[in-house]
Ligand binder design. Structure first.
Ligand code: UFG
Length: 340
């Protein structure tokens, strides 16, 4: 299958590209390389030639309809995976304009071009942020979606648009609501690199490596046992694998429709617990200090992934937080020794 991977040079996107190649599919990557990396794609494309696959990178902007139309006009595409969007909860609170514009216009452009080219399968990168501050844990897909941030709101709107496209244009789509994707490919050549880095596990490891000042813990007055927020960390390779299963799921669907699935491990860890795990894995102390809460952070987000298990056949293979952190630690140490 030829799969368009929008945002394929990013953190989760590049792990996806590697999984697609492993599974014998041809990724067509579309990325503006604003936050994605050339080196990530070089690594992800490795092994394609041996399989007789010819992956490609098309540099363009999803916010430019001309670029997106061009993409579909010039090559056959069987399915679309849409990773192209900003995804920082607190940034979205400060810059709603960037998030509503980027997420909505980008998704509408992609849907318009895909529909024009009669591509009827789309997998969308959604987020736990669509749930806002849920009252029940673990969170099931049937829980109300009441986002508390522009990132969550805009992403929820895209889910609604996908649902409407099923009715109007016969689209089959899946939204994968990621919880906290983390870790790095065990091969050691693909991992997380954001500028600036805002995510917890990379920041903990960078503080240990002395690459950043002490870790700031954003709030220790949350209604949780140790006062710091609890999140569900899910291995990035498992997140990518969920998309392959979602592709099979879409192929099996006799009719157009939209489905949402939580992609999380089902277990929650506080910021302090993540720090303790990082200390176990690295054998080093994390230098840290407490700081104010970050806007838009709910106290607890933990997935029920039962629906994904039942309907997609998805189960995370890497279930230990220590193992997730170990993979990230290998990656950051290796990067510190030989930056791209
Ligand atoms: N945190 C710190 N210090 C840091 C970084 C993070 O204390 O330097 C805390 C945050 O306050 C939060 C937790 O660690 O409580 C996790 O924060 P991340 O930034 O790693 O992740 P988020 O939970 O904010 O967001 C991630 C993705 C979003 C997605 C969300 C769903 O970035 O795209 O998970 O749970 F929507």
């Amino acid at each position: 299958m030829r799969v368009l991977v929008c945002g394929g040079a990013g953190y989760i996107g590049s792990h996806m590209v590697r999984e697609l190649i492993r599974a014998g599919h041809t990724p067509v990557v579309f990325d503006n390389l604003s936050t994605g990396h050339h080196w990530a794609l070089e690594a992800a494309f490795k092994g394609a030639a041996e399989k007789g696959l010819e992956p490609e990178l098309i540099t363009g902007d999803i916010l430019n309809l001309g670029d997106v139309d061009d993409l579909f006009e010039k090559r056959p595409i069987d399915a679309v995976m849409h990773f192209s969007a900003r995804s920082l909860v607190s940034e979205s609170v400060l810059r709603p304009d960037l998030y509503y514009h980027g997420i909505l216009v980008g998704s509408l452009n992609l849907l318009a071009a895909a529909n024009q080219a009669r591509v009827d399968k789309i997998i969308f990168s959604s987020t736990a942020a669509v749930y806002g501050t849920p009252e029940e844990m673990p969170i099931e897909e049937s829980c109300p979606t009441q986002p508390i941030t522009p990132y969550g709101q805009a992403t929820k709107m895209v889910e609604m648009i996908l649902e409407d496209y099923a009715q109007a244009h016969g689209l089959k789509s899946v939204a994968l609501r990621y919880f906290n994707a983390a870790g790095a490919d065990p091969g050691g050549d693909l991992g997380e690199e954001h500028q600036p880095e805002t995510h917890l596990i990379p920041n903990v490891l960078k503080a240990i490596l002395g690459q950043t000042p002490p870790l700031e813990i954003f709030g220790n007055d949350y209604p949780t046992p140790d006062g710091t927020p609890i999140r569900d960390y899910v291995f990035v390779g498992d997140v990518a694998r969920a998309h392959l299963l979602a592709l099979d799921f879409l192929d099996r669907q006799p009719r157009p429709g939209f489905s949402a699935f939580n992609i999380g491990s089902g277990r929650g860890f506080s910021v302090m617990e993540v720090m303790a795990a990082a200390e176990r894995v690295t054998g080093q102390w994390v230098p840290y200090k407490f700081a104010h809460r970050r806007p838009g952070d709910p106290p607890v987000l933990v997935a029920s992934a039962e629906k994904a298990k039942k309907e997609l056949g998805w189960d995370p293979e890497v279930t230990s937080l220590d193992e997730i952190i170990r993979s990230a630690w290998n990656w950051f140490r290796q990067r510190a020794e030989s930056p791209a």
